[in-house]
Design a protein around this ligand. Structure first.
Ligand code: 2BA
Length: 149
């Protein structure tokens, strides 16, 4: 029974909709921000990787501390000046896990195996927030082991 519910529930369903961290609570940067700005946001927020959005809140990619550090490594030293001269668009990864709100919990769980977070989009491709691996696990734990049957 639980298996069937998890398999068919979509993120439009009230029950699991609130697992999504909404856009306004997601730390993010824009493509034309400098790498220095992105590094500040990453360090201050404490996250390893965050989404890159445009001004219309459409998803462009993901930027991480590792991508930034890799981009400033010279042959023999760290080239700090690249933090000013490079933009987020120059080093971001445009491959990222996305899902529509009409897709299922089962798909999110499968995607979360290789992705710490999944970006949720609506039918028009507008960013709606993120679904983290931990929120999926919390929900699963509750449904499987903490609910009175
Ligand atoms: P990471 O930054 O690598 O974080 C891994 C896990 O460490 C998080 O798992 C969370 O359990 C914990 N953690 C890290 N920074 C935290 C903080 N500032 N406050 C509280 N807990 C923190 P998840 O919660 O499953 O998040 C998975 C990934 O989703 C994170 O990986 C990060 O890349 C992204 N993320 C989560 N919340 C975000 C937000 N509000 N804005 C932007 N990105 C977020």
């Amino acid at each position: 029974m639980i298996r069937e519910t998890l398999k068919s529930s979509t993120f439009s369903d009230e029950k699991i909709k609130n697992l999504i961290i909404p856009t306004e609570k997601v730390a993010h940067v824009q493509q034309n921000n400098s790498l220095e700005h992105a590094l500040l946001v990453l360090v201050k927020s404490g996250y390893t990787a965050i989404p890159v959005l445009d001004k219309e809140s459409k998803l462009n990619g993901v930027i991480s501390k590792a991508l930034i550090l890799d981009s400033i490594l010279g042959l023999e030293r760290i080239e700090l000046d690249r933090l000013h001269s490079f933009k987020v668009a120059d080093v971001m990864n445009s491959k990222l896990a996305t899902m529509k709100m009409t897709e299922t919990f089962a798909k999110a769980l499968a995607l979360s195996i290789n992705n710490p977070f999944i970006c949720m989009i609506d039918a028009d491709g507008a960013f709606k927030g993120i679904l983290t691996r931990s929120s999926l696990l919390v929900y699963l734990n509750q449904e499987l082991f903490q609910k009175k049957k």
